[in-house]
Design a protein around this ligand. Structure first.
Ligand SMILES: [Ca+2]
Ligand SMILES: [Ca+2]
Ligand SMILES: [Ca+2]
Length: 190
């Protein structure tokens, strides 16, 4: 069963790579609410050990998209993808990585303390995977950033979609966010 208890692992993405920081949420200045229920079936979503590769799906887009402030996260255009796990496979590991040039405009120059951020969620079958649940994808203009999540799923058709939104901590800034030159990498393994 999936639960909606809050995940305590925050993934911080940095330019051209991944840095994972395990800490408590209380220690982070940036702590947006999830926009939807999160998948916290810990054993299924924290450690993913797959076998032989089944399929690989990579999609890229070099068109910039921009959003303003909204209380709801919204889909990143063209990131909705479906994949199928054949009945004969029974289950498969799915590993989903998202890379993009990301920018948040309008935040205070040092953006310390009550941090504003571009938040990002990778949703599998409509549920945010936890590593991306509290993810500040960027807090400043123009970095190439990345994040990755994983899960074992059952036979059938599954959907992946990336969502994003702006978190204006303190509601005291006029913020816009932009994604450009992104890649969505979906890998299926036995
Ligand atoms: Ca571009
Ligand atoms: Ca603010
Ligand atoms: Ca604002």
């Amino acid at each position: 069963m999936r639960t909606i208890s809050r995940n305590k692992v925050i993934t911080a993405s940095v330019a051209l790579g991944l840095t994972l920081t395990a800490t408590t949420a209380a220690a982070q200045a940036y702590e947006p609410s999830r926009s939807i229920a999160a998948d916290n079936e810990i054993a299924a979503v924290r450690d993913c050990d797959g076998g032989a590769q089944i399929a690989s799906y990579v999609r890229t887009d070099n068109a910039a998209v921009t959003i303003g402030e909204n209380s709801l996260f919204t889909p990143v255009p063209n990131t909705l993808r479906t994949f199928t796990v054949e009945a004969a496979e029974n289950t498969a590991q799915v590993r989903i990585a998202f890379f993009a040039e990301a920018a948040l405009f309008g935040a205070p120059v040092d953006n310390s303390g009550a941090t504003d951020a571009l938040g990002l969620e990778i949703r599998l079958d409509g549920v945010a995977l936890p590593a991306a649940g509290d993810l500040a994808f960027t807090t400043t203009p123009l970095h190439s950033n990345a994040t990755m999540v994983c899960r074992r799923v059952g036979a059938g058709t599954h959907t992946v979609e990336v969502y994003w939104g702006i978190v204006d901590t303190g509601a005291d800034n006029t913020l816009t966010a932009r994604l450009d030159d992104w890649a969505l990498d979906i890998q299926l393994n036995k």
